[in-house]
Write a protein that binds this ligand. Sequence first.
Ligand code: HEC
Length: 160
Amino acid sequence: MCLAIGLMLAGAFTLLSPREVEPLLTWDDSAVVARGQAIYAAQCAACHGVNGQGQSAADGVASSAPLAPPHDGSGHTWQHPDYALIQLTKAGESDASCKSLDKDAMPKFEEALSDRQIVDVLSYIKSKWPTDIRAEHDAVNHLYRGQNAAVRDMLDLTDS
Ligand code: HEC
């Protein structure tokens, strides 16, 4: 159901903005990735794992709380287009996602991190994926290029 709506939205946005769009996550920019690596270590690694491996039951998370999923190529993070990853990190929800993140399990980063820092840390996460997973993610982004462009227009991506 959500996928069907997402695909319809993707089609509508594609008609509205036919131009090709630069990806939001510049995982091949070494300065962006270096900044993102430091942010990941400080803000994300405690839950998502130093190497993006995610949490397991052995990490002592309360049994009622959702585990932090892996951010490496073994997880499903790469199945979300750039704009959805940004929305989920900022606000715990995305119009691409049927379900909001558990508000007690992961902080919303919209105040702790700037838009620039959120894009930096997600670019770092993408830089760690194997080449084939990055290519799959590029294909997801292509499908959602209209939404990526619309969200880019709302972000402040000047260097911090
Ligand atoms: C306190 C633990 C915690 C911290 C710190 C944390 N997360 Fe999460 N994160 C979670 C949990 C738990 C979920 C799954 C929530 C759910 O399923 O409702 C999640 C889910 C996500 C998701 C959506 C699922 C996916 O993989 O696609 C993204 C994106 C995400 N986190 C990004 C980040 C980023 C980026 C940071 C650092 C800036 C971060 N998280 C820091 C616990 C955390």
